[in-house]
Design a protein around this ligand. Sequence first.
Ligand SMILES: Nc1ncnc2c1ncn2[C@@H]1O[C@H](COP(=O)(O)OP(=O)(O)OP(=O)(O)O)[C@@H](O)[C@H]1O
Length: 333
Amino acid sequence: MIEVEHLSKIYGSTAAISDITFSVEPGEILGFLGPNGAGKTTTMRILAGYLPATKGTAKIAGYDVHENSLAIRQKIGYLPETPPLYPEMTVEGFLHFVARIKGISAGDRRQKVEAAMQRCNLQEKRKVIIRKLSKGFRQRVGIAQAIVHDPPAIILDEPTVGLDPRQIIDVRNLIKSLAGTHTIILSTHILPEVSMTCSRVAIINRGKVVATNTPENLMTQLTGGSGYELEISGEPALAKQVLQNISGVILVESMPTSDHYRPHLRVISQPGTEPGKDIAAALIRGGFDLYEMRRVSASLEDVFLQLTTEEKQLSPETETTETETTETEGETI
Ligand SMILES: Nc1ncnc2c1ncn2[C@@H]1O[C@H](COP(=O)(O)OP(=O)(O)OP(=O)(O)O)[C@@H](O)[C@H]1O
């Protein structure tokens, strides 16, 4: 549904994004995760047809976003970081206005606006002036304006920024409820947002996509699976030898402890294996005491930090050398 190929954007001498390639399958929510300045907003704007790329292509529902920027606006709903609202209008009045400028026929408008309000749980606020709404409700109006014409693809740029914890949960649930019938790309710098909301994640850092996968696979791929932490007695080097021969064990390493503590070991196991029972049995057989054994798994945070600090890449990326382009943009509804 969304296909991005070798996309780059250069501002003067700054490469905001550099040769990025990814796709979003119909009905899925892709989290576009990266730290501040990584290039998320730039990518979202290009996808929404508001900013030309320097190089590469982006297609939504088969349309090139640059060559068909008018047609593409019928195919997408876009929520920029700051929702484009008219604060003096009522919720219902504003959504009717948006429906009209998005080309919905007069006969269909009422039904489409009702459907968007229902989806975003806004019926009780229909007569309220937008200025008087809480930030959470304003964000729901922002999402309602993005979906009022029932677009197949939705682009959300940092949709929960500035909301309180309760509002964040509401907006995330709303986004999840849109999956299946819509294809969604959601940019965020918040790690839990992707594991809670998205079926897949593309991690972007310094303008490059450094990994794309499900959150679970990313963790497995980068850590070689989950593992165990052990507290034992005896000589750690000997224990390592014993443990390294167990089927399913990839790596055994000593964990730093001060001298007067018992040795601690970390055992990394192959994805899909559960060698815990064998580990315990081998240690006891080998004459070691096992004081503690804990299951540990990497968090998405570990993966993110690894990818964005060491710039470790799961797939090779190519550098681009490009020159400056001019930019024309105007963020209207
Ligand atoms: N109009 C512009 N002119 C020059 N440089 C820009 C412009 N817009 C963005 N940049 C630069 O491009 C890079 C990517 O910016 P972008 O806003 O896309 O990142 P982001 O991931 O959305 O970050 P944030 O979460 O902080 O908004 C940054 O280095 C930024 O300073």
